[in-house]
Design a protein around this ligand. Structure first.
Ligand SMILES: CC(C)(COP(=O)(O)OP(=O)(O)OC[C@H]1O[C@@H](n2cnc3c(N)ncnc32)[C@H](O)[C@@H]1OP(=O)(O)O)[C@@H](O)C(=O)NCCC(=O)NCCS
Length: 356
């Protein structure tokens, strides 16, 4: 009996399978590099998958292998894209090791990308859309990489890849989603916190509402519509797009945030940390506040263990401050990839690599 692979949205009970595929596929190549992953803690991956299934149901697809005999379906890969204003971001793409290099990752990626204009329209073929070599039926060698990166798809395409992963970097690079910037994981407790400067006099750190008082309609908290607008403003200035549902998700998951502003109420940025040590996002309108804001967050929210911060290479101020405070670089860097620049990464620290 012929086995087939089909693609469809996930059922909620299949999200745990996706989390296991994430662990198996990353562990496979990290083990070959001598860095096996610790046993999986699936809870954070599951919560993120649920969140993204909620915000982007049409951009979450699983690859299912079945023999056609009865109910023997097995999830062998999955892909999740998310759309935030003009920026599409590939959050996750993972295929079981035994199923890799058979076109499944490419097919998943094609399904979760924003749609390109159909063949025959004025734009088709002008870029990496229909002629990208990624669409169904397109043969190798048809991509015209000399045309505009991202092709005829509107907006920006972006993701975060592993620097040690040629398959994903090659797959995304063909679309113009080229690896441009390293992102380092800095981990530890500050051994020399006194090297971090305090917030300058006159700057207020206003706590954002605790998660239990939030709602999707008003993620900044009751009576805080203005605060939502301020955070949207900061996000559009720094990250390039607003993403209130992600703020809500992060706060429900235990991140505590502050808005930084002048005594006159002028916004300067925001920052989050958490008791489990996950740090970020931090978005600043004024880059000279980078070290003081890191210092404030580390003192205001003391983690139970180590702090873990993802630092883009462009954010030299955060890198210098965290290294001098005593955190250490762990593992291989990840890579931010994009078709066109969209964020001021010199003033941003992401929440993570699958959700900026
Ligand atoms: C990355 C991943 C999802 C790709 O899925 P896949 O099913 O293995 O990939 P496909 O077979 O669809 O496509 C492979 C393509 O990668 C590209 N590729 C592979 N190796 C490459 C290399 N050394 N240089 C450039 N491109 C390369 C090619 O375009 C290749 O297509 P081709 O064989 O037709 O030329 C999968 O390998 C995986 O899960 N890897 C481990 C986890 C991971 O790194 N996920 C991505 C996180 S950023």
């Amino acid at each position: 009996m012929t086995e087939t692979v089909t693609y469809r949205p996930p059922r909620s009970e299949e999200l745990a399978d996706c989390a296991l595929i994430w662990h198996a596929s990353v562990n496979d190549y990290m083990s070959r590099l001598g860095h096996p992953l610790p046993p999986p803690v699936l809870e954070p991956a599951l919560r993120l998958a649920e969140h993204l299934l909620g915000t982007d149901p049409d951009r979450f697809r699983v690859a299912v292998r079945s023999s056609g005999a009865g109910n023997d379906e097995r999830i062998v890969g999955f892909g999740i894209g998310l759309q935030r204003e003009h920026v599409w971001f590939l959050s996750q793409l993972y295929v079981l090791p035994a199923e890799q290099r058979r076109g499944i990752g490419r097919a998943l990626l094609t399904l979760v990308l924003p749609s390109a204009p159909a063949a025959g329209t004025a734009d088709a073929g002008s870029g990496l859309g229909a002629g990208s070599g990624l669409g169904a039926g397109s043969g190798p060698g048809t991509a015209d990489a000399s045309t505009e990166p991202g092709g005829s798809r509107p907006g920006v395409l972006a993701t975060c890849s592993d620097s040690v992963q040629p398959i994903s970097n090659g797959l995304y690079g063909r679309l113009g989603i080229v690896a441009r910037m390293p992102v380092f994981n800095l981990v530890g407790r500050p051994t020399s916190p006194s090297v971090l400067p305090a917030l300058p006099a006159g700057i207020e750190a206003v706590p954002l509402e605790p998660a239990d008082r939030l709602s999707h309609r008003n993620p900044a908290g009751p009576g805080k519509a203005e605060l939502c607008d301020t955070i949207d403003f900061i996000d559009r200035q720094v990250l390039g797009y607003a993403h209130q549902p992600d703020h809500l998700f992060l706060r429900v998951q235990g991140r505590t945030g502050f808005l930084y502003r002048t005594a006159a109420g002028e916004p300067l940025g925001y920052g989050y940390s958490s008791q489990v040590g996950r740090f970020g996002p931090v978005a600043l309108l004024d880059e000279t506040l980078t070290a003081p804001v890191i210092s404030h967050l580390m003192a205001a929210i003391e983690p139970r263990g180590a702090t873990s911060v993802w630092v883009p290479g462009a954010n030299d101020r955060a890198m210098v401050a965290l290294l001098r405070a005593g955190l250490r670089i762990e593992g291989f860097p990840a890579m931010f990839c994009w078709t066109r620049p969209f964020a001021a990464f010199d003033r941003y620290l992401p929440a993570g690599l699958a959700l900026l």
